[in-house]
Design a protein around this ligand. Structure first.
Ligand code: SF4
Length: 170
């Protein structure tokens, strides 16, 4: 969804957002049951795990799943990164567009809840988007994406994160 401002080539060569340290496991891609089953039909060997509501307060009334990475770490180093099983080292994400999680398609944008309102914010750790003027990113998001993202978030509240000072306001 951000291909107008982020080039696919730059994202494919970086892959930062598809690799996770233990402390970043809250950012792994989210699938509802239907999405997970569709993915498992195509990739039956991939392991999923249910996201507990204690991790994501927005999933209380719905079963939500993510890829299971916790058993893939080989060391105790908190900086060790493990890749999403759908990341190909040369091609990038191998999931077809219709199976790719929405929250992956909008990264580094995120939806957060703040004072009972939901809003779109920016994750500050994407080196590619950080090369673009923030005012340009804001304009693009407001004009082209915000409405679509908020509509999706209302029907898929699992993508809504808790707000924090970590995110950049748009
Ligand atoms: S599903 Fe695709 S885009 Fe999302 S983290 Fe995995 S490899 Fe990356």
């Amino acid at each position: 969804m951000l291909s107008k401002i982020l080039s696919k080539e730059e994202c494919a060569s970086c892959k930062f957002c598809c690799s996770f340290r233990r402390q970043s496991l809250w950012e792994t891609p989210l699938f509802d049951e239907k999405q997970m089953n569709a993915v498992l039909e195509k990739y039956p060997g991939v392991k999923f795990t249910e996201v507990p509501s204690s991790v994501n307060q927005s999933v209380r009334n719905k079963k939500i799943y993510t890829v299971k990475l916790s058993d893939k770490y080989k060391t105790d180093d908190s900086e060790e990164e493990v890749s999403c099983p759908f990341l190909d080292s040369t091609k990038g994400c191998i999931l077809p567009r219709d199976l790719k999680p929405f929250d992956c398609s909008i990264w580094p944008l995120r939806v957060v809840r703040s004072d009972d309102k939901i809003k779109v914010v920016l994750t500050p750790t994407c080196s590619a988007i950080n090369k673009i003027e923030l005012s340009e990113v804001k304009k693009f998001v407001k004009e082209e994406l915000e409405e679509k993202i908020l509509i999706y978030a209302k029907s898929h509240p699992e993508i809504i994160k808790d707000d924090s000072d970590f995110f950049v306001k748009l």
